[in-house]
Unconditional design. Structure first.
Length: 463
């Protein structure tokens, strides 16, 4: 009566429905399979995160007398072997929502059901399933505000599932050594900054959320747009890998909702979780958004591919301090503040006219929270090609955005140290300062006024 639990992006013990329900039935064989053929391959930063998250999970499971069986290859073949080895009668997993994962999992489910096994799947990562939230006409939503109004009203006030006592099965089942998976960078090892900033794993996630509730939530609504303010949760990679349950987060916000000082912040924070739900809803119903514009008219947009400009953007050498600060923060830490993500994405797609897919691909490789749904929706929102997108004429000006959201230039000084000694407003316009004072910082790669007009003309051409 062994149940096989196939962990994927649910790398936690608390409120893990697949694990919980399996453990209640009897012995469990817990496995993680590295599927290198998956349609949307993991970037370098995500692979680094996965390695450390699996190490943390392995330790936690072992403390409870249960092994984590690690294998690499084709999931169907590996699962078949495990089923045979350990006398498995039932398979449990938590659902994923990327189109390729849905197709793969449906095939695997059908295969084992045809063999007479029981296969059970659960929701471990969303407040509502993407198909549960519908308009009055039974269609998916395309605009966030009505989506979220409806979605919020449907959130079930379920409690979280506790960590179950585990009885490990398959004690002799072969497991691979993660060191041989090559998830960590070598030659060169660029992960020092990531290790300094992050603690992948369930404990790291829960500690970070506790700290957010205690120290930051109160001021979230007022300060979340200021990248130097350290006012955000930084939970996104933990949520992506399922190291923390969104239901747990949702429930633990409740007591703060009633506090006069924090009510607005709780509503705002909840609506950010809503954007995450909405992005998955969009990807589920409109799977083409991972590669193609949501709005078909954008197929004819006159993008201008330019490898040199793209590289300058990737390396944080555009000559616009806030853009460069964001791109360097990303390279060094695997993360970028949301406001800065919008600014660098607007700069790439509107001032440089480089296709949003090129930016999304760089983010996929370098972000520790790289997520197909959130990344595609984020880029399309900024580019103007998305479902509920920013209007095409909204072109973020990196200079005025810097003056508004980083008025003292604290964020810029941290990530672009060659400008650290500039005074006052100079930090936002270093090209106006004598070269000796800017330590080799590049001149702007494009003129803002000219490129704005060019972008508006390009948008006009497809309307
Ligand atoms: P908080 O402000 O503390 O918000 C809490 C949680 O809500 C986040 O952890 C995240 O899960 C969710 N959230 C917040 N804002 C958004 C949003 N706009 N869209 C969807 N979910 C949101 N987020 C990713 O998780 N992965 C990505 O690959 C990704 N790519 C993006 C690309 C672009 C161009 C843009 C503009 C945004 C992107 N985002 C992405 C959304 C957002 O920037 C990050 O989720 C956020 O910065 C994470 O920081 P935080 O955890 O401190 O967020």
């Amino acid at each position: 009566m062994t149940t096989l639990v196939w962990l994927r992006r649910d790398l936690r013990l608390l409120d893990n429905p697949a694990l919980y329900h399996a453990a209640r039935r009897g012995p469990v064989l817990v496995t993680y399979l590295l599927d290198e053929k998956e349609h949307s391959p993991m970037g370098g930063a995500s692979r680094w995160w996965l390695h450390h998250s699996l190490c943390a999970l392995q330790d936690e499971l072992e403390k409870r007398g249960c092994r984590l069986v690690l294998r690499r290859g084709d999931p169907l073949q590996i699962l078949e072997g495990l089923v045979e080895d350990a006398g498995v009668t039932t398979i449990h997993w938590n659902r994923l929502y990327e189109p390729w994962a849905i197709a793969r999992d449906a095939r695997i489910k059908e295969h084992f059901q045809d063999m007479g096994l029981e296969v059970r799947t659960y929701n471990a990562s969303l407040l509502n399933e993407p198909w549960e939230v519908k308009t009055g006409q039974g269609n998916p939503y395309r605009v966030f505000t009505p989506y979220w109004r409806q979605a919020r009203s449907q959130i079930a006030g379920e409690g979280v599932l506790s960590v179950p006592p585990l009885k490990g099965a398959g004690q002799t089942t072969a497991s691979e050594d993660m060191k041989n998976w090559g998830l960590l960078p070598t030659g060169p090892d660029w992960s020092g900054g990531l290790a300094w900033c992050w603690t992948p794993g369930e404990k790291g996630a829960l500690d970070r959320f506790d700290r957010f509730l205690e120290e930051k939530l109160q001021d979230y609504a007022g300060k979340r747009d200021f990248p130097a303010a350290d006012a955000i949760s930084r939970l996104s990679p933990h949520l992506h890998f399922g190291e923390i349950s969104v239901r747990d987060i949702w429930n633990r916000l409740q007591p703060f909702e009633e506090l006069k000082s924090a009510g607005e912040s709780v509503t705002k924070f909840r609506s950010e979780l809503g954007w995450r739900e909405f992005s998955t809803h969009l990807l589920y119903h409109f799977p083409h958004i991972a590669e193609k514009p949501f709005r078909p008219e954008f197929e004819a947009f006159p993008w201008q591919e330019d490898e040199e400009l793209l590289q300058g953007w990737q390396q944080g050498r555009t000559g616009y301090p806030l853009v460069d600060a964001g791109m360097r923060e990303l390279w060094q830490t695997g993360f970028m503040h949301n406001r800065v993500r919008m600014i660098v994405a607007s700069f790439l797609t509107k001032n440089l006219l480089i296709p949003w897919q090129a930016g999304a691909d760089w983010f996929r490789d370098t972000l520790v929270d790289a997520d197909l749904a959130n990344n595609s929706a984020g880029w399309q929102w900024v580019a103007g090609s998305g479902a509920d997108a920013a209007p095409y004429f909204r072109i973020f000006n990196p200079v005025t955005q810097g003056q508004k959201f980083d008025p003292q230039g604290k964020y810029i000084r941290k990530w672009v140290p060659e400008l650290a000694d500039l005074d006052g407003d100079e930090i936002h316009k270093p090209w106006k300062v004598e070269k000796e004072r800017t330590g080799g910082y590049p001149d702007p790669v494009v003129d803002l006024a000219m490129s704005r007009e060019r972008a508006l003309a390009a948008y006009k051409s497809i309307r």
